[in-house]
Write a protein that binds this ligand. Structure first.
Ligand SMILES: [Fe+2]
Length: 622
């Protein structure tokens, strides 16, 4: 394994600050980057294989070689033509990606804890459960799920104490899982999979079943979240499950719509230091679709409570009543919720007729690059929506990094790309491809990079038009008033050219407990030289330098930061990540990195296979 330090390069030199002087000095470290073409050489990350099975697995590339990666410039705002699925745009030109089918393959759960082999040192101060969520079963009987997001939720627990680690996992006993298991076929429609009519019904019943509305799944396979101090597993429908973090057993099914008028909520709520949680969810009525800001109280008044006391802070009507934007998360600063209305649209009419037309929800998503992105500010304490619309070119964003207010501006950092069609391409068949077919899938996905938008909070009658309103030092983001209540924003890249070598960054994480909603310096994420993360990255906003952890053939999950006791600096702590590989059976390990140096402290090797997962959290029991 290697940890590399990279410095920002390819940045426009200026002569104003010491930061740029450092950049100039570090330009010597550029690895053959041609800035004009954004074309780079990327050393093959194909690991050595030692069995014929592995050779089969990696069919499609003849030998270890230098892969060529070309990152084209993103499309301009004025691009008018929606992309045809029959002739997709190619964003990169990568060849020789290793097949990762084995890390998107069904596994059995491990409900009884098993010990792990420790290599190196797991710090003694870490006490708690590292909880992770993700899909674990992709076939039921003879039926197969279509989309990566559809796999049955498998909950993982790495229990860390006194330098030792045990592991266990358990399939979420959701209604979806139980029904599928009982009938040995896919009974509940998922995001990318439409159920077939029950073969036991007569032909008339089967015909009528096509007119039923799709039932929301309770296969909560996206994240672990906390409300009022309790752990829940969440997807994006109205159903969550409360889960005991010790046993991983689901203890209660909780329906958002029993408490407030919403049809779902994201799997990425934000929590304030006192425990108050905010989330967003859609509601649908005869008047159209609304985006709702949700607030959940910080504490329970009775032990059996779940979402009692939850309120809708405000409702924002969708611009297109029948085609609201899809959002996976949102940002939160001290005083505001930031809702990003991106031009990924959900066609509600297609969704409600999906059973009849055999279209899954993922088939009802579309990317409309003719539309701008709109950032809405909602005041958390009054519920008032800012009359100012902050516009930006069409972007697609799944995960925000952080947001805070400073000197009259709201700074929002997020992971974004210039194309919004990736979600449809993450079907299981694509993930399991090999050779040129796999390369083709990767190359038609737009890379995701960390970006900063800066929103001026005070737009008054005398605020000038047609000039950049941002006067923060060293900030290259712009915000220009273009109308009475309109400000057009352009972003600042939060990275140097070197991040292109690692395929961009997703699954961002920060020292959330102390720095969410506050000025901060570091964020962490996965590099994406493949369809899943294949490196861990530490980004330093001062100088935009980065550190990298990588090991050929290994695929690390989202890095979760855990602060050490009595931490004084932002990066005093460790990074936890679950690392898996398609090239060696049962070679999963929990990786522990020193968050400051990004050097490996230790790993806990667990003899199981785990599919690549989505999100996790650390629950301290110290
Ligand atoms: Fe997510």
């Amino acid at each position: 394994m290697k940890t590399k330090a990279h410095s920002r390069h390819g940045c426009p030199p200026t002569d104003k600050t010491g930061k740029e002087i450092i950049n100039q000095k570090n330009k010597q470290k550029v690895h053959g980057v041609s800035q004009s073409e954004e074309s780079i050489k990327l050393q093959s990350h194909l690991g050595e294989t030692d069995a014929s099975k592995e050779q089969d697995n990696n069919k499609g590339f003849s030998s270890k070689k230098m892969d060529t990666v070309k990152h084209h410039k993103s499309r301009s705002t004025g691009d008018k033509e929606p992309i045809s699925r029959k002739n997709p745009k190619h964003f990169t030109d990568v060849h020789g990606l290793p097949c990762i089918e084995r890390i998107v393959t069904s596994v059995e759960d491990t409900p009884e804890p098993i010990s792990t082999d420790i290599i190196g040192t797991i710090p003694n101060w870490i006490h708690g459960n590292f909880l992770r969520n993700g899909p674990g079963k992709f076939e039921i009987g003879n039926h197969r799920f279509n989309h990566w997001f559809d796999g049955m939720a498998l909950l993982h627990q790495f229990k860390i104490s006194d330098g030792q680690v045990t592991y266990k996992s358990r399939f979420l006993s959701s209604d979806s899982y139980q029904s599928n298991k009982d009938q040995n076929r896919i009974v509940m429609s998922e995001f990318g999979t439409v159920t077939m009519p029950d073969p036991c019904k007569n032909i008339f019943q089967r015909f009528l079943s096509r007119f039923e509305l799709p039932k929301p799944t309770d296969n909560a396979n996206v994240s672990f979240v906390t409300y009022k101090g309790d752990f829940y597993v969440s997807t994006e429908t109205n159903i969550m499950h409360k889960v005991d973090p010790e046993t991983l057993e689901a203890t209660q099914k909780v329906d958002w719509s029993k408490f407030i008028a919403v049809n779902g909520a994201t799997a990425h709520p934000h929590t304030e230091p006192d425990g108050t949680a905010y989330n967003m969810g859609n509601s649908y009525s005869t008047k159209g679709a609304y985006y709702n800001i949700i607030r959940v109280p910080p504490t329970k008044e009775a032990e059996e409570e779940t979402l009692e006391g939850t309120t809708v802070l405000c409702s924002i009507p969708a611009e297109d009543k029948t085609k609201p934007s899809y959002y996976h998360s949102f940002a939160m600063s001290e005083n505001y919720v930031v809702f990003i209305e991106q031009p990924i649209k959900m066609d509600l009419l297609k969704i409600v007729t999906g059973k009849l037309t055999r279209k899954s929800i993922s088939n009802c998503f579309s990317w409309n690059p003719k539309l701008n992105t709109v950032l809405h500010l909602i005041h958390k304490h009054t519920g008032k929506v800012s009359p100012i619309q902050y516009l930006a070119k069409p972007i697609s964003t799944f995960h925000q990094i952080n947001a805070y207010e400073e000197h009259g501006f709201l700074i929002i950092d997020l992971c974004a790309s210039d194309d919004g069609q990736a979600i449809a391409n993450y079907n299981i068949q694509n993930l399991r491809k090999s050779g040129e077919a796999l390369d083709e899938v990767y190359n038609t996905l737009c890379r995701v990079f960390p970006r900063r938008f800066v929103l001026p909070l005070r737009i008054e009658p005398g605020t000038p038009y047609n000039q950049n309103l941002i006067d923060l030092p060293n900030c290259t983001a712009t915000a220009v008033r273009t109308g009475k209540n309109k400000v057009f924003c352009t972003h600042e890249d939060l990275h140097g050219e070197d991040l292109h070598m690692y395929g961009g960054l997703e699954f961002p994480q920060i020292n959330y407990g102390k720095y969410n909603m506050h000025p901060y310096r570091y964020f962490y994420g996965c590099g994406f030289r493949h369809l899943v993360g294949d490196t861990l990255l530490k980004m330093d906003l001062q100088g935009k330098e980065m550190k990298v952890w990588e090991d050929p053939g290994l695929y690390p999950s989202e890095p979760v930061f855990v602060p050490c006791p009595n931490a004084t600096e932002e990066d005093d702590g460790v990074i936890l990540s679950v690392v898996i590989t398609p090239i060696k059976d049962k070679s999963t390990f929990l990786l522990v990195l020193d968050a400051k140096t990004f050097e490996e402290l230790g790993r806990a090797v667990v003899p199981v296979n785990i599919p690549y997962g989505f999100h996790g959290t650390f629950s301290s029991t110290a």
